[in-house]
Design a binder for this molecule. Structure first.
Ligand SMILES: Cc1ncc(COP(=O)(O)O)c(C=O)c1O
Length: 378
């Protein structure tokens, strides 16, 4: 999608907040665990490269991404710290893994066999760092039993071109008020850790929620949502320490008009003015990831709450204003505006989803602007 710079709609990312959130986690670990910044999905919609740089400044030791291409993009933008691709990568891409010095997960014996054959057949050179993945109860990727994990490690140790850099699991309910299932998964993880023939460089299970409300035996935290400043549980559990939200979504009024009573607003005429009303148009819509179900929610204009009236269009939406604001007046869809605030959590709650989804849906059409440590746009 073409980035639409010539329009007032912007995601504004406070890089100092990202840095501070990482710094806080790094300090909490007191050198016992490294922190890898999870910058998959374009840094949860914030922009992977600027986020990665801010995370490094906050003390992150490496990065996690979901796909090979996300890892390559970081390398091509000059980031040299360790990168773990967390999703399964086809063996056909092993040359790229070597070229870009990425670590990858290993989740099945079939993959090990195919990777060994591919490596030999294509006469590859160099060592590929792999993280053996243990599915302790997420049901997503990984070996399913302690025995399988240990056997896979043995296999890999005997396979030229591969070395076990890590062992990891992923917790399904670390953000839940009920700790039972977390503890069951963690118990399985402990079982394998206790039987390891040697400890790989990285042993890891913790995402943001796990590091906030639990402890595992790993030496690496995969910090995602907490780094962006959001409570992983939404509002189910209380943050043990404050986080600084990094993202705002802003636009501006592009037209303001008085509409007489009885007129329809938007497709389907789902809203009709009851009296003479001031209606403002904001250039953001569902093609920007600001979805149709936001109808009836609110924006802030000069600190005042204004309802989104009528259907959200592909590129525009309409709001009911308390008075005639001038064209160009700032509109805040997420974030602070003159002493008032719309939190990302409120948006997620309105949509009946999680905040992760809201920020990941903000499309590439919206430019990302960055505030530096002085709060100045860079
Ligand atoms: C394997 C894995 N680790 C870590 C994370 C980061 O999780 P969070 O953003 O909750 O910290 C994710 C994100 O979904 C993940 O899939």
């Amino acid at each position: 999608m073409v980035v639409s710079n010539h329009r007032p709609t912007r995601v504004v990312v406070d890089l100092a907040a990202i840095k501070a959130n990482v710094q806080q986690e790094v300090q909490k670990q007191q050198g016992k665990r490294d922190v890898f910044a999870v910058v998959k999905a374009n840094g949860y919609g914030h922009g992977a490269v600027p986020v990665a740089k801010a995370a490094l400044a906050g003390g992150a030791a490496g990065f996690c991404v979901a796909t090979l291409d996300e890892g390559i993009a970081l390398r091509e933008n000059g980031l040299t710290a360790p990168i773990l691709v967390m999703g399964i990568v086809e063996v056909a891409w092993l040359p790229l893994i070597l070229q870009y010095d990425l670590a990858i997960p290993v989740a099945t014996n079939l993959w090990i066999e195919e990777a060994r054959a591919f490596y030999q057949e294509h006469q590859l050179t160099g060592d590929i760092a792999v993280h053996v993945t243990f599915d302790t109860g997420m049901g997503r990727i990984g070996f399913q039993t302690v025995e399988e994990v240990l056997a896979a490690m043995q296999q890999l140790d005997q396979t030229a071109g591969f070395f076990v850099e890590g062992l990891f699991t992923h917790f399904a309910t670390a953000d839940d008020v009920d700790f039972t299932y977390f503890e069951r998964q963690n118990e399985r993880f402990k079982q394998v850790i206790n039987q390891l023939p040697y400890r790989p460089r990285y042993v890891h299970g913790s995402n943001s929620a796990a590091t906030m409300w639990h402890e595992d035996q790993g030496n690496l935290i995969r910090l995602g949502i907490g780094m962006y400043g959001y409570n992983p549980s939404g509002s189910a559990l209380t943050n043990p320490y404050p986080l600084q939200p990094a993202l705002s979504l802003e636009s501006a009024l592009v037209q303001v008009k008085q509409v007489p009573a009885g007129e329809g607003i938007g497709y389907g005429k789902t809203y009709e003015t009851t009296v003479t009303e001031w209606i403002g148009t904001v250039p953001i819509g569902y093609a920007d990831g600001y979805v149709r179900r936001m109808q009836g929610f609110k924006v802030l204009v000069e600190g005042q709450v204004c309802e989104i009236v009528g259907r959200v269009c592909m590129d525009q939406l309409m709001v009911r204003l308390p008075k005639a604001f001038p064209v160009g007046t700032k509109v805040t869809l997420i974030g602070k505006n003159q002493g008032n605030e719309i939190t990302l959590q409120e948006v997620a709650d309105y949509l009946g989803t999680i905040h992760y989804e809201v920020i990941c849906l903000l499309s590439d059409r919206i430019p990302r602007d960055y505030l530096n440590s002085e709060g100045i746009l860079t």
